[in-house]
Design a protein around this ligand. Structure first.
Ligand code: AFP
Ligand code: FBP
Length: 322
């Protein structure tokens, strides 16, 4: 099995980007260790603070964010960072070549129940003409990402990453402390009989999504003529990892639950990096109006509707909006 850096060099990934990826992974190895220590590390439970999204922060959220921020800003490769846990973007080195967006711990509600969580990251090239402190650095579409990935802290710690040359799986080998390539060019099966959605929001969805999910639930005697199974991990990293591994459709549709918040998932920290991984694996990643990675961002914390996974199933879902 190939180690990470030689695998990336074989794909002609530029050396400065490989160095940045290694820096990011150093932070995730530390987070993986802290996560595995659970109560022994004194990091279970919540802080008394809320993040910019209005969510109560878990202690591990805060520690993971600080770890990521410090290691990236000290690396010298990074011009600016934006994090789900920070109010604004944070300036790094003026001559840094990259900007990094990240969700340090996705699936926070799973922390205290010892269930799946992960770190999601997205890398763009920095714009030399803009100041490091200028948040406009981050107003780049998902199509301009040069790398995206997540590290899943599960029974094993896995890295799933793309630099635009396929989506590959790596496992953290604790015997030598590095990630080893275990599967190249993962492909999302085109067809599926599995869906992932938070069903408790059903009454708040718009009509096309209500109709689509009703038809899935109708099973083999309904219009789709086959039975569907449902899975919901409450951590996008976990649900997308399943979709990449065995297919499926994952959606967090628009809803009317809160008039000020029609969408839940974040474009920069969740939707764009996952879209890059899914598309590189032959799947589709869209909103009901178009491709997620084509969205021109207007704000670093912007939220979007998300429908992604097996190509034919995503197309089926979209047909309900026509
Ligand atoms: P955090 O970013 O607060 O950890 O939330 C995770 C998440 O945004 C995403 O990973 C899940 O798919 C989704 O929330 C779960 O949402 P529900 O609370 O509706 O199940
Ligand atoms: P396995 O014994 O095959 O692992 O199945 C696990 C299980 O029996 C329960 O742990 C779990 O609650 C249930 O299956 C899940 O069933 P479903 O597929 O209906 O969601």
């Amino acid at each position: 099995m190939k180690r990470l850096a030689p695998a990336l060099r074989a794909d002609n990934v530029p050396l400065d980007l490989i160095s940045l990826i290694k820096t990011i992974l150093a932070a995730t190895k530390e987070i993986s260790f802290r996560v595995s220590q659970a109560q022994l590390g004194g990091l279970m439970g919540s802080t008394l603070d809320e993040n910019i999204q209005g969510e109560v922060q878990k202690k591990l959220d805060v520690v993971a964010n600080e770890l990521f921020k410090d290691i990236l800003l000290e690396s010298g490769f990074v011009k600016a960072i934006s994090s789900e846990e920070e109010d604004t973007s944070v300036a790094g080195e003026d001559n840094g070549k990259f900007i990094v967006s990240f969700d340090p711990l996705d699936g926070s509600s799973n922390i205290d129940i010892n269930s799946l969580i992960g770190t999601i990251f997205s890398i763009h090239r920095a714009k030399p003409e803009l100041d490091a402190a200028d948040p406009n650095q981050f107003k780049q579409a998902g199509t301009e990402q040069v790398c995206a990935g997540y590290v899943l802290y599960g029974p094993s710690t896995m890295l799933v990453m793309t630099t635009g040359k396929g989506t590959h799986f790596y496992v953290l080998d604790r015997t030598h402390g590095g990630f080893l390539l275990v599967e190249r060019n993962v492909q999302v099966p085109t067809e599926t009989q599995e869906f992932a959605v938070n069903m408790s929001n059903q009454r708040f969805w718009h009509e096309p999504m209500q109709n689509y999910i009703s038809d899935l639930l109708a099973g083999d005697t309904g219009p789709r003529g086959k039975n569907f199974n449902m899975r919901w991990i409450a951590a996008m990293v976990g649900d997308i990892h399943r979709v990449l591994t065995r297919g499926g459709i994952f959606t967090y549709p628009a809803d009317t639950k809160d008039a000020n918040k029609p969408f839940k998932l974040r474009l920069m920290y969740e939707a764009n990096p996952m879209s890059f991984l899914i598309e590189q694996a032959g799947g589709l990643a869209v909103t009901s109006e178009g491709r997620i990675m084509d969205i021109q961002p207007t704000d670093i914390h912007q939220r979007v509707e998300v429908i992604m996974g097996s190509k034919n199933e995503v197309e089926q879902c979209l047909s309900y909006y026509k």
